[in-house]
Write a protein of this length. Structure first.
Length: 322
């Protein structure tokens, strides 16, 4: 195989991956998001207050996202394994394949070289146990954000097709308390995280924002970083620090909208405009896919398809702006 054929093969594989991801990316107008946030055992008053405050901030953000959202938030003595298990089983009974599911873990974690555990009041819950519970949930598009110490040790258990897994640490051996959780919450409330300015914060945008802020924190404190956030969204590869078309990571995360802002949020809550918003986001994903496929297409075909998608997008945006 010559160089040109290798390049073509690489982009063909990427395009195939994008097409598969697109199947997970279409959100029905009747789809509903489920958000579960758990602030685990603090161990000390300072941590207890910090974890609870972060969970409460997320609770407010998620409840303001729309009338169709399902929000479950646990902290303090209510954040038990039994309560979490009961809630995830309830979601498994209620959620449909077209719905979206997000689980955010805040607090301390532990890793013994083989198993990760999320520290809760009473019995802890392992990464394997969390995976079993989340695997029962029919929602095809899922996001699990583990912001705890040692969270990198949970990735192997949690990853699967259609699920984005983000961890505050790259391995289970990074065991210090993390600051990533603070910046993850900040990302969902800061319009600066919306890099492409489409009034929607995706899992990838939030990850990159929080990772950048975390690195800046350690630099400003002149401290050696004890945490390195990673992401995995193919369901079968090693988690990475940086996403790219070449490693195939980040493509699903780039299409997973956690929260919408401004006019987009209003449209999401307006039954008359929700279908238009879904169409707009589908067109934006189509344009992103075309840009990745460009190297494997003729210039004429690329220009034709891109122009058509941009015209359609402009028309839909005009309808939304009315």
């Amino acid at each position: 195989m010559n160089a040109r054929e290798r390049i073509s093969s690489k982009f063909a594989a990427t395009a195939a991956l994008l097409i598969a991801i697109a199947a997970f990316s279409v959100r029905s107008a009747q789809a509903a998001p489920y958000y579960v946030t758990v602030a685990g055992l603090g161990g000390e008053p300072d941590y207890e207050q910090r974890f609870t405050a972060l969970a409460n901030d997320l609770d407010k953000l998620f409840k303001a996202a729309g009338s169709d959202v399902h929000v479950y938030t646990f902290s303090g003595s209510s954040a038990t394994k039994a309560r979490l298990t009961e809630t995830l089983n309830q979601i498994a009974r209620d959620a449909k394949p077209e719905d979206e599911f997000t689980l955010i873990l805040i607090g301390h974690g532990s890793y013994d070289g083989e198993d990760y555990k999320f520290n809760l009041p009473g019995p802890d819950i392992s990464g394997e146990e969390l995976a079993v519970l989340c695997n029962k949930i029919a929602a095809k598009r899922q996001l699990i954000v583990n912001t705890t110490s040692a969270s990198g040790g949970s990735i192997g258990a949690l990853q699967r097709a259609g699920r984005i897994v983000i961890a505050a640490t790259k391995t289970g051996t990074e065991k210090n308390a993390t600051v990533f959780s603070r910046y993850w919450v900040d990302a969902l409330g800061d319009s600066a995280a919306d890099v492409d300015k489409n009034e929607a914060i995706t899992a990838l945008e939030a990850f990159q924002y929080a990772d950048h802020k975390t690195a800046a924190f350690y630099e400003s404190q002149k401290r050696l970083a004890t945490e390195h956030a990673v992401i995995e969204d193919t369901g079968k590869k090693e988690a990475v620090r940086t996403t790219s078309a070449e490693n195939g990571e980040g493509l699903l995360a780039a299409s997973f909208v956690i929260l919408r802002l401004g006019a987009a949020q209003k449209a999401a809550n307006d039954p008359a405009k929700r279908a238009l918003l879904d169409k707009k986001e589908d067109l934006e994903r189509k344009i992103d896919t075309l840009k990745i496929q460009k190297a494997a297409m003729t210039a004429e075909d690329y220009k034709r398809q891109l122009s058509g998608a941009l015209v359609d997008l402009a028309r839909v945006q005009a309808e939304l702006d009315k």
